[in-house]
Design a protein around this ligand. Sequence first.
Ligand SMILES: *[C@@H]1O[C@H](CO)[C@@H](O)[C@H](O)[C@H]1NC(C)=O
Ligand SMILES: *[C@@H]1O[C@H](CO)[C@@H](O)[C@H](O)[C@H]1NC(C)=O
Ligand SMILES: *[C@@H]1O[C@H](CO)[C@@H](O)[C@H](O)[C@H]1NC(C)=O
Ligand SMILES: *[C@@H]1O[C@H](CO)[C@@H](O)[C@H](O)[C@H]1NC(C)=O
Length: 884
Amino acid sequence: MRLPFTLIFALLGCDAVFASPAKRHYSTHNYYVLEHDPSAGASLADVARTLGVEVIEQAGELHNHWLVRASKPTSALDSRQLDPVMQIWEGLQAGTVHNSYARADETLLSRHVASSVKYLSPQTLRQRVKRAPPPINPGSQTDEQVESSKAFAQRMGILDPDFPRQWHLINDQFPHHMMNVTGLWEMGHTGEGVITAFVDDGLDYTSDDLAANFYAAGSYDFNDHLDLPTPTLFDDHHGTRCAGQVAAVKNELCGVGIAYDSKVAGLRILSGPISDVDESAALNYDYQNTSIYSCSWGPPDDGKSMEGPGYMIRKAIVNGIQKGRQGKGSVFVFASGNGGRSADQCNFDGYTNSIFSITVAAIDFRGLHPTYSEACAANMVVAYSSGGGNAIATTDRGKNKCSYSHGGTSAAAPNAAGVFALALGVRPDLTWRDLQHLCVRTATKVNPDDPDWEITASGNQFSYKYGYGAVNGYKFVQAAKTWQLVKPQTFINLPVVQVENGTMDLFHQTTGGTIIAPGGVSSSMTLSQSLLDENNFGALEHITIQVWITHTRRGDVEVELVSPNGVKSILAAKRFADKATTGFRGWTFMTVKHWDESPVGTWNIRVSDQDNEGEIGRFLGWTMTIWGSAKDASKPVKIYDVPTVDTVLPPPHPEANIPASTIVAVPTSTKTYAKPTAHLPGDHSDSEGEAHKPAFPVGPQNGTRPGTDTADPSQSSAVVTNTPTPDEGWFAELSNLVTNQIWFFVAVGAVILFGVIAGLFFWRRAARRKAAYTSLPESDEVVLSSVDKGAGVGQRSKELYDAFGEVSDDEEADEETRLRPAGVSPAVNLHAGFLDDDPSTAGGITPRYRDEPEEGMHAHERERSDSPTSGSGDGSWEHASETR
Ligand SMILES: *[C@@H]1O[C@H](CO)[C@@H](O)[C@H](O)[C@H]1NC(C)=O
Ligand SMILES: *[C@@H]1O[C@H](CO)[C@@H](O)[C@H](O)[C@H]1NC(C)=O
Ligand SMILES: *[C@@H]1O[C@H](CO)[C@@H](O)[C@H](O)[C@H]1NC(C)=O
Ligand SMILES: *[C@@H]1O[C@H](CO)[C@@H](O)[C@H](O)[C@H]1NC(C)=O
C-alpha cells in the first residue's frame, strides 16, 4: 500500500505538513472522504484495511479527515450493484459483519472500526458552471472625469493608462460613488504583506499586470492538479479579472488594484468538475499565510435554487475561521449573487448566508441598486460594480490585456476584498469578526431616501439591498487603525421548537406541525438576561434561524423574524420562480440586521404563504442560534462544531445545556388571520438601477422601527390566539415546570413516551429500509445526491421513494421527468455522478460557461434545480455553480 508522506507524518503523530494534493485518478478509482475518530479503538490503518481502501492524504487542512480510494469494480456496474466500500461500512454499522463463525477479535475490530468512522462519503465530481456578468449598455464617459483622474494620476505618478476608466477608484461624474481608497494610497497604505486568494477559474500569473504580485506558494489548480493555476480554457478569464481589481500592479499597463502592493494567489476550481474534498482543500489552502479568500461564485441564481455547501465544505470554512491565519480566522468574502431579477435572495444560498462569510452585493457607478444584485437579511455591505451602462476596468488574461466589461456581484466582492487587504496591511491582528464589525460601523449610507432603509434597534441603518451601506475604504481603514479587537465569539443554541409536535426524520417524513393559515402562523420564544449571563453572552452579532416547513410551492413561503424591539428581518420573501415541493428541511437563514441589539425579550417568527388556491404547507418547527461576543473574555467560550445531521426535527442530540428556568416564556403557536398582504409591484427587469423600492415589499411596509410593535400578534385586533392544544399547553407551561411539580411529572412522562414511540418508529423504519438502502451518511443530502446521480443508486432512490414515498416525493420525481429536456433519457441523466470518471460522457451535466446573460442560463438550469436534491436543506450543488 502506498504511504504518502503526509500519512507517514500523521502516523508518527506529527501534524500533517502542508503539501500539494496528490493527483486524482477518477477514471480508475472511486474516492471517498473518511472522518476517523482515533479514540474509538481502531487505527486508520485498521479502518482502511477493513473497508478495503487506500489512504491517499489528509483532506485539505481538516485533521482526522482522510481522502481514501478504492479501485473501481472491474465488472461493469449494473444498475443493482452497490458501492462495495459503502456496503462494507453499512454492514459494519448494522453489525451484519459479525457472524457466528467470525473470531471474537475480528468481531471486536469490526465494532471498533464501525465506531471509528464518523463519516464516509463518496466524492462526487461536479462541474461548477460560471456565469457571465449581466449585460451592460455602452457607457459614456465625460471628458471632465478623464481630466480629474489624470490630475490625480499625475500627482501620484500613476502611469497605468486605464486608470481614468477605473471610476470605482476615482469617480468624477459621481464623486461620492467610489471605493474611496486613493487617500489611503497617499498615506502609504497599499496592502503590502497581505495575500488574497481568488477561488476561481485560474489566475494569469504571466500577465505583466499581475506577475510581480503573484504568490505562487498559495496557488494551486484543483481542476487539473497542477501547482500553478494556469487559465487554460478559452473562457478562464474571470479569476484574472477579479485578481486585477485587488492587486493589478502600478505600472504602465491597464489599471491599478485597490491594494496594488498586496499579493494574489489563484485557486482554480471552476474550470472543471471537482469534488467536495477538493473544494474544501481550496478554501483552506495555505491558510496560515493567505488572509482573504475571495469567492465570486455560488449556487445558481435562478430564483428557485436553495443550496449550500455540503458537510465537508462547511467543515473547511469553520476550520479556516478557527485555525486560519494563526487563529485570527480566514476572511471569506462572497458575492451576494446576480439573481435579483429572478427575485432570488442571498438567504437561499448557503455560502452567502453563512455567518462565516462577508456577503457583498453591488451598486453601480451612480450608487443605484442594479437590479441583478440580490437582496437579503444576510447582506453585509455593497461595493461598486457594473450597471447603468458602466462596468469595471481591470486586468485581463493575456500578457498585457485589459478588460472593460467586468461586473456583477462578481466584481463587487473583490472590490471589498481589496479594502480588507488594505486594512489587514495596517492591522494584521484583526480577526475575521473585527472585519465584520468594521463593515457594520463604517459602511456609508447610499440613497438615503430609498424605502429599503430601516433603523435597527442599535441605531444603525440597514437595507436588504445595501446591507449596512457601501464599503468606504478610507473610513474602513482609518477606523481599523484604532479598532479595539472584539472579545471571543460565543453562541447560544436555543431550544428547538416543535410546532404542534412537528417532526421530520432523516428521510424527510413529517408528522404534526400546523397548517399555514391565511395570514400566516407564528411562534415565539422569550430570552432572559439570566440566560445570556449564564452563557457568558455579551453583545449580539449574527442570528441564524433554522426552519422546518413543508409546502407544495416553496416560492410562496415567506418567513420573517421580529425582535423584542420590533425590528423585523425578512428571511424569506416570495420567489415567483421557485416551484419546489420540498419545502424547507431544516434550512438555515441568517440575519445581520440585529447586530448590537439586545436579544432579551420575545422573538417572534411568522411563516406565511401567498394563500394561493391549492398550495398548502405546514410549519413544523424552528430554532434560533444567537451569535455574538463573550461578555467576559477571560472565561472559556464554546467552540462551534459543524453538526453532522441538521435536517432532522427534533435533532438527534438536542442542546441540553440550557436550564429550563432561563427560558421565561416558551414557544407558543398563534395563528393570525386576515392580515392584508400588499400586492407586489411589477418586476424590476426593465430597471437598470433604482433607489426607490423596498427589496421585499410585503405586508405593511413602513419599515418597522424600534418601539413599534406592528408584528406582535397580540397587538392586532385581527389576531386569534389559539386555545392551547395539549402540546401548546405543554410548551406554554414549560416555564412553570420548575414550580409546578405535577406538570413536571406529566411532561417527563410525555417525553419518555415520545422517546419510546420515536424509538419504535425509527427501529421499524430502519428494519424496513435495511435491505434496499446501503449507506447512511450523516447528511441525508449526501445520500440523495449520490442517489440522484449514480446509475445504480438511482434505482434505489426509486425504491426509497416507493417504500417511504410521500406524495410530494412522487411529485418531485414527476416534475423532474417532465422538465428534463427531450432526448435525455432518465437513465442517462441519472448516470452522471461519482460512478462516472469522465464528466464529458456524463449526461445531465450542465454545459459549461457560456458568455451570455443570465436569462440565457435558465433553460438548462431548470432541469437541475427542480431535482429533489436542489431543494434540500444543505445539499451541495449539483453540477452548477455560477460565477458572479
Ligand atoms: C473619502 O476619503 C477622503 C480622504 O481621502 C475623506 O476625506 C472623505 O471623507 C472620504 N469620503 C467619504 C464619502 O467618506
Ligand atoms: C506559510 O506558512 C507556513 C506555516 O505557517 C510557513 O511555514 C511558511 O514558511 C509560509 N510560507 C511563506 C512563503 O511565507
Ligand atoms: C406607513 O405608511 C402609511 C401609508 O403608506 C403612512 O400613512 C404612514 O404614515 C406610515 N407610517 C409610518 C410610521 O411611517
Ligand atoms: C403532542 O405531543 C404530546 C406529548 O407527546 C401529546 O400529549 C399531544 O397530544 C400531542 N399533540 C398533538 C396535537 O398531537
